[in-house]
Design a protein around this ligand. Structure first.
Ligand code: NAD
Ligand code: MG
Length: 401
């Protein structure tokens, strides 16, 4: 029996995780649930899964949750604030932590889970982008096990040799190829992009996801963040990580070996597959995802990414090459501009432009400890708000419940 702490339980990944878990009550038990401030949803999840602990970042929401559960006989302890999230991430009764908070807010609890030696199923790519080296060190020092949920990285994990330790030469690994759908604007006239709405940007052709990652997919910043994520997860050099646009989203990524062999992982685009793979690893369980029907698929197509259409991808490659605080600053400028776009305060092309300007204007500093990454994050958020002419507190704006 595995006991799970699910951080970001009310979101898209949280939802898919609980769907898989509910199919296997003999294998998985929910020990903790954490979210931002959606009391109604978390209360319903607590009634259904009866965790020992529920945490909400928002202190008022935590109080309201406590009131809502009072007298129900469920016995769930409720905590608020970052301490509550960290308590959920390190709960002694939980052996497995699903890191599915969106954005930089995932950093503290995910690092805490690493230090506590948990088995971590990581979806929160921003943690790796902001503090990759520090997080990977915490994983090693804490004796934690890291299993990727992001579909591309889960695919790479499945294609790489078991126990792969980042020594590409020893394993004969030549190249990691991340597939990208190209998002909703792959074939949209470039001139139209100045007028696209948040609704259009969030209407992904193949995946249903939270709003922030949906916009990141539309700009292809998501793929850029995933290149950085792959670098940290698999110890791969920038030059050994390629991106290919594959609009059907059936091949989730590929590994090329020295002998010319390429291994790919395929599946219906449904996050329950990588979630089930990571939950059951090294075993396999039913996920609920539909099966692939090759005759119905007919064709899998590929094209190179268009960097003029998707400048965010190039910015992410550059930030990885620059190292230091560049990835943290890129992530921060992106978070602010995506929030502004979703809030109707910035046009779609302003996302890439703001990220580029922020990186060009701020000095790149070494990241030795977490404080360095957080300082770079704060400085980049501030400059991005200034560039976008936003009030000083905008961009910490919650993007989800
Ligand atoms: P979502 O917006 O649907 O859900 C986000 C969750 O995080 C919610 O439960 C919300 O309550 C919680 N949250 C938000 N801000 C918080 C804060 N400040 N403190 C505590 N909790 C907070 O997002 P999602 O699509 O589920 O994505 C979650 C993460 O997984 C992201 O990092 C995303 O990049 C990654 N990811 C998602 C998918 C997908 O298919 N949705 C695929 C790959 C990776
Ligand atoms: Mg992905």
């Amino acid at each position: 029996m595995r006991r799970l702490s699910i951080l970001g339980a009310t979101g898209s990944i949280g939802d898919s995780t609980l769907d898989v878990v509910s199919r296997h009550p003999d294998r998985y038990q929910v020990a903790a649930l954490a979210a931002h401030r959606n009391v109604a949803r978390l209360a319903a999840l607590c009634r259904r899964h009866r965790p020992a602990l529920a945490a909400m970042l928002d202190a008022d929401a935590a109080l309201e949750l406590e009131r809502s559960l009072a007298g129900s006989g469920i016995g769930t302890r409720v905590l608020g604030g970052v301490d509550g999230l960290v308590a959920a991430a390190t709960l002694p009764e939980a052996d497995t932590v699903v890191a599915a908070i969106v954005g930089a807010a995932g950093l503290d609890p995910t690092i805490a889970a690493a230090r506590a030696g948990k088995r971590i199923l990581i979806a929160n790519k921003e943690t790796l982008v902001i503090g990759g080296a520090l997080f990977m060190r915490a994983v090693r020092d804490g004796g934690a096990t890291l299993l990727p949920l992001d579909s591309e990285h889960n695919a790479l994990f499945q294609c790489l040799p078991p126990g792969y330790d980042g020594d590409a030469a020893a394993a004969g690994v030549v190249r990691l190829v991340l597939t990208a759908s190209g998002g909703p604007f792959r074939t949209r006239a470039l001139a139209d992009l100045a007028h696209v709405t948040p609704g259009e940007a969030c209407a992904h052709p193949n995946w249903t996801m939270g709003r922030k990652i949906s916009v990141d997919s539309a700009t292809m910043m998501n793929k850029g963040l995933e290149v950085i994520e792959a670098h940290w997860l698999f110890g791969a050099q920038r030059s050994a990580i390629d991106v290919v646009v594959h609009p059907q989203s059936v091949i989730h990524s590929m590994v090329e070996f020295a002998d010319g062999s390429v291994l790919a992982q395929l599946g219906h685009p449904d996050m329950r597959t990588p979630i089930a793979q990571a939950l059951a690893w090294p075993g396999r369980i039913e996920s609920g995802a539909p099966r692939l029907d090759f005759a119905a698929l007919a064709a899998l197509t590929f094209e190179p990414p268009d960097l003029a259409r998707f400048p965010c991808l190039a910015l992410a490659y550059d930030a990885l090459a620059a190292g230091g605080s560049a990835p943290a600053m890129l992530n921060a400028a992106n978070a602010v501009s995506v929030a502004a776009f979703l809030g109707g305060r910035a046009a779609f092309p302003a996302i890439a432009a703001t990220c580029a300007e922020t990186l060009a204007r701020l000095p790149n500093r070494p990241v030795v400890e977490l404080g360095d990454a957080l300082a770079a994050d704060a400085q980049a958020r501030q400059l991005a708000r200034q560039i976008l002419d936003l009030p000083p507190d905008a961009g910490g704006v919650p993007l989800a419940a």
